[in-house]
Design a protein around this ligand. Structure first.
Ligand code: PHE
Length: 510
């Protein structure tokens, strides 16, 4: 027996021990080996039906240091008796203390010896009452030291006197089983072509499948949370009959980003503090056809936009300021994807039939936008905007609210609240709020409205066509769904890649 046997050697040792004696007890046969190693070896043998075993749990008693002293020197009371008995004339308490050499032992032993009627006080001296005594405590402790156990009452008593501690000990009774042998058979893990060809499979022992084994970690690519939430939104849009807008152009002219949306040229959103301008090339060309199929009259549209801003048109009095073409042709990093919505609605106007009608349409996009913001926990200079546009006849503000309830409801966001707001391009406009459980307050989750006639009629869309528009950031719902409070953990150079890798492929929180 070796104390450091690996489980490989241990299985052989167990088989050998069993061939001599059946059953064996593991603590008797292998006293030095921890029970975990024995159990591992037994499990390997048992899975091959070579052994059977039962686990036995019992409590063993171990002597405390004080009890060890009693075993070697006798109990306190016996030591007191011996000292008193030895001194034929009796002993004073001071002499007894000197003799024993320990104040506590003397005090405790004296008390017990009095109680047992072994000694008595005679004047100032202690004298013995009997000739000999039985040191019961020492005898009991000797038995326990030897066998680790004793009568339950005695054990309880000695434990109360703090002479023992009890420890749970696990051992095994091991028996031979059907396939007992002296060696563990090699188990095959695979059925190979060679085994089939040679017939060796008939004799082979196969390792049973371990259906409890965990799969190995897969080092595969991982989708970023933003991408996952983005595909959820896309799916919702597709299910609601939307088509996706082309958002591959990050640089726009002020014309598409602002002017088409009836944002006046002095509007603060157009300030350097809010918008990134592109200096090279210095300016955009005037809007022109985007391809051979594009038959729109862009010159007319350009002029319509100028007129509606500067002088008013379509029953609107306009802003009445001198509209500057240069301002309109400045290049910007798009501040919203509504620039793309404007281009798409302008294209929709080209589908007018002979009755001046355009078909109803639903467009959406999810892509990057840029704003000149100070970076903090909830703002970056770029983020992703989810944008939707619905064009139809007879649309109402109530309809927009109902649509928003359905749209956010599909994402699991319910109980929306609406607040009147202002956008240059929508009237009326509404900010959308939702109650955030974690923060326990209403937070803004989107912006929406009905596009103004100044914007739509300049494109040539029919007067009675109504167009809903709404926008939200992709980051905010992602942060809420993934429990992130700092946007820099989600986007940019500080992102922890293991966060991207480890977050679940599928969330069930909808
Ligand atoms: N462009 C708006 C924004 O950036 C969103 C919006 C789109 C609002 C369409 C109304 C209509 O917040």
């Amino acid at each position: 027996q070796t104390s450091s046997a690996s489980t490989g050697d241990l299985t052989t040792e167990i088989l050998q021990a069993l061939s001599q004696k059946d059953p064996i007890n593991s603590t008797e046969a292998f006293p030095q080996i921890p029970f975990e190693s024995i159990k591992a070896a037994l499990d390997r043998l048992a899975s091959r039906s070579m052994v059977k075993y039962e686990q036995i749990e019992r409590e063993e008693a171990f002597l405390e240091p004080e009890a060890e002293i009693i075993v070697s020197h006798g109990s306190h009371e016996a030591r007191v008796f011996d000292a008193v008995h030895k001194a034929l004339e009796g002993l004073s308490i001071q002499d007894l203390e000197k003799e024993i050499g320990d104040k506590t032992v003397t005090k405790l032993g004296q008390g017990k010896a009095f109680k047992e009627k072994w000694i008595k006080k005679d004047g100032s001296k202690l004298v013995a009452l009997v000739d000999s005594i039985n040191d019961v405590t020492r005898d009991q402790l000797r038995v326990i030291k030897e066998t680790k156990t004793h009568d339950a009452k005695i054990i309880a008593d000695l434990k109360k006197r703090k002479l023992l501690k009890l420890q749970k000990v696990i051992s095994f009774t091991i028996h031979k089983a059907e396939k007992f042998a002296l060696e563990m058979v090699k188990e095959e893990t695979d059925l190979t072509a060679e085994m089939l060809a040679s017939g060796a499979w008939k004799e082979a022992t196969f390792k049973p499948y371990n259906f409890k084994a965990l799969g190995a970690d897969q080092h595969a690519g991982a989708l970023h949370p933003l991408n996952k939430v983005r595909s959820e939104f896309r799916q919702i849009f597709f299910e609601m009959g939307f088509t996706e807008m082309p958002t591959n152009q990050f640089v726009e002219s002020g014309f598409w980003n602002f002017d088409t949306l009836f944002v006046p040229q002095q509007h603060p959103a157009r300030d350097l503090q809010d918008t990134f301008y592109v200096s090279d090339p210095p300016k955009a060309g005037r809007p022109t056809a985007t391809g051979p199929d594009d038959k729109a009259d862009y010159e007319e549209y350009f002029k319509n936009v100028q007129q509606v801003h500067q002088d008013g048109k379509y029953d609107s009095i306009g802003y009445r300021y001198p509209w500057a073409e240069d301002e309109s042709l400045r290049l910007v990093l798009r501040t919203h994807t509504t620039s793309v919505s404007a281009a798409m609605l302008h294209k929709l106007a080209q589908q007018k039939d002979e009755n001046g009608r355009v078909p109803p349409a639903r467009y959406f996009s999810i892509d990057r936008v840029f704003r000149n913001e100070t970076v903090d926990a909830t703002h970056l200079c770029e983020f992703h905007q989810v944008e939707g546009v619905i064009a139809d006849y007879g649309l109402t503000l109530g309809g927009l609210m109902e649509f928003m309830d359905m749209f956010f409801g599909a994402m699991g966001v319910t109980d929306l609240r609406y607040k009147p707001a202002y956008n240059p391009y929508t009237e009326p406009s509404m900010e959308i709020f939702s109650h955030h459980k974690g923060l326990n307050k209403l937070i803004e989750i989107g912006n929406s409205g009905i596009f103004r006639p100044e914007m739509l009629e300049a494109m040539g869309l029919p007067r009675d066509l109504r167009v809903f528009g709404f926008g939200l950031s992709l980051e905010r719902p992602t942060m809420i769904k993934y429990g992130i409070s700092n946007i820099r953990e989600l986007l940019g150079h500080q992102v922890d890649l293991s966060f991207v890798q480890k977050n679940p492929a599928v969330r069930f929180d909808k």
